[in-house]
Structure formats: C-alpha cells, structure tokens
Design a protein around this ligand. Structure first.
Ligand SMILES: [Cu+2]
Length: 241
C-alpha cells in the first residue's frame, strides 16, 4: 500500500510539468520531440519491447453510430502494446489514448478548430487506411481511447482502457526454490527459495499459500521455478513452472 501511494505521488510529480507544457501548445506538440511525451496513461513504447498486438477497427454503422471494435481494452501494467489501427469506415477517424480528462480537453479544442493529432499516443487515418500506435502502459488506472474529430466521440467513438495493477507477463521474474514440505489440506507449502525480486525478499525458507491445482503439481524435494505474490495479504505461489 505504501508503495502504491508512493508510486502515485511520483506519477503526479512527474506528470505535472508535462501537463503544464501541454496546455501551452494545446497538447498537439508538433515541435516537441516524441520521446518526451510522458502522460499519466504511459509513454511511447519501444517497438522491440512489444508484448501484445491489439487490432482496433474504426467504422460507422448504418444507423449513424461510429464505433471502435473492440469497445473496451484490458491491459496489464507494464505492457507495451502495438495497436494495429484500421479505418474500416467511410470517414476519417482517429485513435487517441489518454486520460478521460485529457481526451475531454482535446475534444473541446478540436470542436473549435479541427487540428490533426501527431502525437505518439494517437493515429489519424483516412478511410481504408491503417496505422499503428505503440504504447507502454506504465501506470495502473482507467484510461480512455477515443476519436476526437468533432461529433465522433458523441456518436460512440470512445471506450475505457483498464490497466490492471499487476505486472505484465514479460516482467514477471521466476524465483527458484526447493519444496521442503507440503500441507495440502491447509493449502500451504514450505519452500527453500532464492531471492524474490518482485517482493524484495532475500533467499530464505518460507511458508506460502497455494491453490489445490498448484499443490497437485508439487512434491516434496522438487526443485521449482515459481512466482510469489501477496494475495489477500498472504504470500502465495501464483505461478509454477
Ligand atoms: Cu472518428
């Protein structure tokens, strides 16, 4: 919990200058180097570190709606996602990722003056075109993807991005250990383990919780690679190799 508060405080501290600068330029940053863009929603991703590709299509419907497909996104904190964005519609559309408030501010500016986004957190596409956004979601929270071309947001072009506060698979580090004792009935297992980097714990022997399925794959004396995390305050084996 303390870590979370600290992280949150740090995020706000880091974000403040960026938002201040964004207000000056209207946030469209034509003259800013792309890599300086650090938003609450994250930062431009390194193409070499992409962990997942998500295809997002944009289109209009016969009854006058405008849609993204999928309509919501779930991402793990730390993931670098390549959004493969396809404009399947007959109109121009854009895909922008930001906080809900950030999108609302941009939308207001665009209502007065339709300017073209050229930020790393967005891509604007003519009909039939495709493009990409590579983004690292470094912070947990609920963010938003949207098309901010006047009228499009209201026609349905927005959806939530839930960034879960758990590390992406690529960042998970397996620890090594030897199973000393199993108490299947109590759902406990004693492991002589190496350092648990993610929990900031040195090598020692500890009792962990584990679910039935995990314990079924364990035997005393077995050498394992595993991931432990706090689940409801108890150290728990969450993954086993
Ligand atoms: Cu649109």
């Amino acid at each position: 919990m303390n870590d979370l508060l600290l992280t949150t405080a740090l995020i706000f501290a880091l974000s403040a200058p960026t938002f201040a600068a964004g207000n000056h330029s209207g946030g469209h940053g034509e003259s800013q180097p792309a890599m300086e863009t650090t938003l609450l929603v994250g930062m431009p991703g390194d193409p070499a570190k992409v962990t997942r590709t998500i295809t997002v299509t944009m289109r209009e419907t016969d009854d006058g709606k405008m849609l993204f497909d999928p309509q919501s996104l779930e991402i793990a904190r730390g993931e670098t996602v390549r959004f493969n964005v396809i404009n399947d519609g007959a109109l121009e559309h854009e895909f922008v990722i930001d906080t809900k408030m950030g999108n609302a501010e941009h939308k207001e500016i665009m209502a007065r003056m339709d300017m073209e986004h050229d930020d790393p957190n967005s891509v604007r596409l003519d009909q039939g075109m495709s493009g990409e956004v590579i983004w690292t979601f470094s912070n947990a929270g609920t963010f938003e993807f949207a098309c901010l071309i006047p009228g499009h947001y209201e026609a349905g072009m927005h959806g939530p991005i839930a960034v879960g506060d758990q590390m992406a698979q690529a960042e998970v580090e397996y620890a090594t250990g030897t199973i000393k004792k199993i108490d299947a009935k109590a759902g406990k297992v004693t492991i002589i383990h190496g350092p648990l980097t993610s929990l900031d714990m040195p090598a020692m022997t500890m009792v962990f919780r584990a679910d039935k399925a995990t314990i079924a794959n364990m035997s005393e004396g077995q050498e394992i690679e595993f991931v432990a995390d706090r689940v409801n305050g108890k150290l728990t084996v969450t993954q086993l190799k």
